[in-house]
Design a protein around this ligand. Structure first.
Ligand SMILES: [Fe+2]
Length: 310
C-alpha cells in the first residue's frame, strides 16, 4: 500500500501535437502570440515572458495528441512509479525528456517531470476581482487595439476519452488530481491539479476515440481575450464559439479553430481552488445549457465533435 500524502500532478507543463504541416502550425501559433523555436524537426512554443515550454509541434501524418506533460516534485516521482506499474512505458524515440512516462487508460502518452510552474515576467493577471474599486474616473477605458494580447500561459486541455469513468479513476485515484465538477454521466468532467489549482487543468469529454478537444490559453483580461480572438479571425482562421462565460470554471471564453479543426480557447477569470479550500462538486445534467452561462451565440453543432477521428 502506497502512502497517500503525496500530491502527484501539480502543474500542466506542455502538450505535444503531431501535425501534417509544420509551417501552417508555426503561422497559426505565431499569430496566436506564442514564441517558437526549432528543436530538430520540431517546433517548441512558449508564451512571451514565461520560461516554460507549453506546446511542441512534431511532424506527423495527421493532427493528433502526442503526449501531455505534467509537473510534480522530485520527491513524489518514486511514489508515482510504484503506483503506475504496468502503465509505465518508454519515452518516444529521440525525445530528450526526463521524468516518468506512462499511458493513461485511453493509451494517451503522459510524461510527469520534476518541475515547478514558471513565473510570469509580464504584469500579473488579475482574476476573481469583481467589485474592485472604481479606478477610472475621468479616464477613457477602451484599450488601444495594439495592446499586448498574447497568451500568458497554457491553462488546461480538454481531452477526448472513450471511458470517462476510467480516466477519472486514473487521474484522481492514481495521480492525485481532484474532481471539480461534472456534466452528465458521460458528457464531461473537470479535474484540477493536486495542490492549489485553477478549477480545471484537465477536462474530459466522451468520444468514440481519444484525442484533443482544445487547448486553453490564459489571457490578461477580457479585452485581450477578445482582441486575440479577433486577430485570429482577421488572419483567416475559423471562428468557433464566443465570446461567452462558462458555468464550470466560470471563465470567459472565445474559441477559434486551428488549420486541422482543433479548438483553441482564450480564457480569463477562471475559478481558483486552494489545496485545502472547500469546494463542492456539482453534478450537472447533460444539456446545451450546461456549456455556458451566457454567450453571444449558441454553441456550434460540432462543438464536441472529435476531428481527430479518421
Ligand atoms: Fe476550456
Amino acid at each position: 500500500m502506497v502512502a497517500w500524502e503525496a500530491v502527484l500532478i501539480r502543474s500542466l507543463q506542455h502538450v505535444a501535437l503531431t501535425v501534417p504541416d509544420l509551417l501552417a502550425g508555426r503561422r497559426f501559433f505565431t499569430t496566436l502570440g506564442l514564441e517558437g523555436r526549432s528543436e530538430g524537426e520540431d517546433i517548441v512554443f512558449r508564451c512571451p515572458g514565461r520560461d516554460q515550454d507549453q506546446l511542441m509541434l512534431i511532424p506527423g501524418e495527421r493532427k493528433s495528441l502526442a503526449w501531455v506533460c505534467w509537473g510534480t516534485r522530485a520527491s513524489e516521482l518514486p511514489d508515482l512509479t510504484a503506483r503506475l506499474g504496468s502503465a509505465l512505458t518508454d519515452p518516444p524515440a529521440g525525445v530528450p525528456r526526463d521524468g516518468v512516462w506512462f499511458r493513461d487508460p485511453d493509451g494517451v502518452l503522459v510524461n510527469l517531470i520534476a518541475a515547478e510552474p514558471a513565473t510570469q515576467r509580464r504584469p500579473a493577471v488579475e482574476i476573481n476581482n469583481p467589485g474592485q474599486p472604481f479606478m477610472r474616473l475621468g479616464r477613457r477605458g477602451a484599450p488601444n487595439r495594439a495592446v499586448d494580447s498574447r497568451p500568458r500561459a497554457l491553462g488546461h486541455l480538454l481531452k477526448f476519452t472513450t471511458d470517462i469513468d476510467a480516466d477519472i479513476r486514473f487521474y484522481v485515484d492514481v495521480l492525485g488530481m481532484k474532481l471539480s465538477d461534472r456534466i452528465g454521466d458521460k458528457l464531461a468532467a473537470f479535474l484540477r491539479c493536486g495542490g492549489d489549482s485553477d478549477h480545471h487543468t484537465l477536462a474530459l469529454a466522451t468520444s468514440e476515440a481519444p484525442g484533443l478537444h482544445h487547448l486553453s490559453w490564459e489571457m490578461g483580461n477580457l479585452d485581450q481575450l477578445q482582441l486575440c480572438a479577433e486577430r485570429m479571425v482577421g488572419a483567416g482562421y475559423q471562428d468557433a464559439w464566443g465570446v461567452g462565460r462558462h458555468i464550470y470554471g466560470s471563465n470567459y471564453f472565445h474559441y477559434v479553430r486551428d488549420p486541422w479543426m482543433g479548438l483553441h480557447e482564450f480564457f480569463w477569470d477562471i475559478d481558483f481552488i486552494p489545496e485545502n479550500g472547500a469546494w463542492e462538486v456539482e453534478y450537472a445534467a447533460a444539456s446545451p445549457e450546461a456549456l455556458s452561462q451566457w454567450a453571444t451565440m449558441p454553441a456550434p453543432e460540432d462543438f464536441l465533435r472529435n476531428y481527430e477521428v479518421r
